[in-house]
Design a protein around this ligand. Sequence first.
Ligand code: SAJ
Length: 418
Amino acid sequence: MKIAVIGLGYIGLPTAIMFAEAGYEVIGFDVKKDVVDRINSGKAHIVEPGIEEKLNKVVKEERLKATTKVEKLRGANAFIICVQTPLEGNKPNLIYLENAIRSIAEVIDRGALVVIESTVPPGTTIKMAKLLESLTGFREGVDFYIAHAPERVMPGRIFYELVHNSRVIGGVSEKATELAVKLYKSFVKGEIYATDATTAEMIKLMENTYRDVNIALANEFALLAHQYGVNIFEAIRIANTHPRVNIHFPGIGVGGHCLPKDPYLLLSNAKKEFGLIRLARKINENMPKFVATLLFEALEEGKVDERNAVVTVLGLAYKEGTDDIRNSPALTFVELIKDRVLEVRTYDPYVGGTHKSLEDAIMEADAVVIATSHQEFKELNWEEIGRLMRHKILIDGRGIVENPPKGFIFKGVGRGDV
Ligand code: SAJ
């Protein structure tokens, strides 16, 4: 059986490797020639633990080949689409997905299965089925089958999670669901839940929207805590001892390639306007601005003229332990303050930044702002750091500093108690 994987990025490449390891002949397609050349030489273009070794093996054994030529996909029994579905001005751009369907239309044989892994607005898989029908004259459920099988993995744990996470698979026709479930069972050990295509699309988007809305609630609690003089982290910790309460954590914002985008995908095909999800997005999008306010208040308290201030931002990644900076609130924060202060320095042990070492980054700085909760930052000795700074101002955008360090002007998201 031959499987074509279209889009060899963060999800497509690991998925292609899993199918190759499961014993299929896999042909990977990408429009980027440099990516394809790298893969064919056994080298990955993405960072993920274990990927180099696995890729090298399947390439050497000729179980995975990459190509930029649609023609090479001919004869595939299944097409797995893993292309990006970016937002443009809060509206999804499905051009990459449509291009993938157009490519498939050129080479698809009767009986083949098409699986969309890319995150898409509800209703998209059915639309793509219709597009493929109009391009080929084939019929879904008769001549070809199409299903949605959203990915659920977390970067850094992809190979473990691809195998062990449970999955949702929904076909346009029942036969499509059945064929897709059977295919994924070749490497998925977690439970596979079968449903229809639009339900599967909604489930994926609901999962990330649930998280986004709950983080927005935590952020609103944090803003309230400033008015009531409360340490929100203490309050959340105790509230979460209630058996049916699970409040998320407030912070400088919500980044990554999923949470800031998926709520808009969920709303994009809706006929009516809905308030809660959009409001939650706005609350989260506003958090970098709130942290900037804390910074400028602290500078004023410390009698530091903001136009002369040197500010060091610790962390650029969107979340701890990763080098991923997509939609990172740290970047938004830097943009917000850079024209108001003299100098913004950045340091991130995973990403890099303007300074290579922490010491250089904080030397003679007036203020430090924590924007990512990397473990390295949780272990810092603030009294030592304070000795290197020109002014001791610390802004905690991630709630990682429990006790305000001595001699500092300290402010943090949700730290109404200081
Ligand atoms: N964040 C908070 N407070 C919290 C939790 C997270 O401010 O309590 C922030 C993080 O710092 C980060 C952002 O939210 O900036 C997103 O982080 P995340 O860990 O919630 O999500 P992602 O984007 O890394 O991965 C999510 C995951 N979805 C869920 O947990 C429901 C992952 O399982 C999905 O595979 C992924 O989205 C995806 O591809 O959809």
